[in-house]
Design a binder for this molecule. Structure first.
Ligand SMILES: CC(C)(COP(=O)(O)OP(=O)(O)OC[C@H]1O[C@@H](n2cnc3c(N)ncnc32)[C@H](O)[C@@H]1OP(=O)(O)O)[C@@H](O)C(=O)NCCC(=O)NCCS
Length: 161
């Protein structure tokens, strides 16, 4: 396990553009395309932090607040908000910009959990997460409650036939 890091050390800013192949008959983007971009950006942040291969363990609530249209520029920001033992929590904010209309707006906000694994798929410890900004400190302070909620949901899902 390497040294502790700040969220800014692994932050990912990914930019995409909505192309015709990303859209449905209404000219707005498929939800799955945005989910794929979110997963990739978050996975890169987790990997930068841990140095190991990381798999997606879960995605918390995911809301599409406004549609993305063909030609929109999409900015995907992924930033670690907590690290536990072998897992980390990554917040992803998706914003769109339409330069022709001089518009910028938030479309999606999602929280994902990644687990660092070895070459046999066994979870391995992650470096600790340091915090400097008030925002990072607030995320860390509440992360235990969010983790407990996920754990109870996971247990219930495992029991369900
Ligand atoms: C994620 C995975 C590696 C966990 O393995 P496991 O043997 O169940 O591991 P454990 O029960 O020891 O849990 C390890 C960590 O993962 C966390 N975790 C496991 N499942 C989770 C879930 N559904 N949501 C959030 N966290 C989860 C645990 O809380 C624990 O965190 P901690 O060590 O930081 O406290 C395993 O369930 C897996 O491989 N899942 C499939 C992943 C996948 O294919 N993703 C899609 C493609 S990338």
């Amino acid at each position: 396990m390497s040294d502790a890091k700040y969220p800014s050390d692994s932050e990912v800013i990914m930019t995409e553009i909505v192309l015709p192949q990303h859209t449905n008959a209404l000219g707005t983007i498929f939800g799955g395309t945005v989910m794929g971009w979110i997963d990739i950006a978050a996975a890169i942040a987790a990997r930068r932090h841990s140095g190991a291969v990381c798999v997606t363990a879960s995605v918390d609530e995911l809301h599409f607040l406004r549609p993305l249209k063909q030609g929109d520029i999409v900015n995907i920001r992924a930033r670690l908000t907590a690290v536990h033992r072998t897992s980390c929590e990554v917040n992803v904010v998706v914003t769109a910009e339409n330069p022709a209309k001089n518009e910028k707006f938030k479309t999606t906000d999602a929280t994902l959990t990644f687990v660092a694994i070895d070459d046999k798929g066994k979870p391995i410890p992650m470096p600790m997460l340091l915090s400097k900004t008030e925002e990072d400190k607030a995320h860390l302070a509440n992360s235990k409650i969010r983790k407990e909620h996920r754990e109870s949901l996971r247990k219930a899902l495992l029991k369900k036939p």
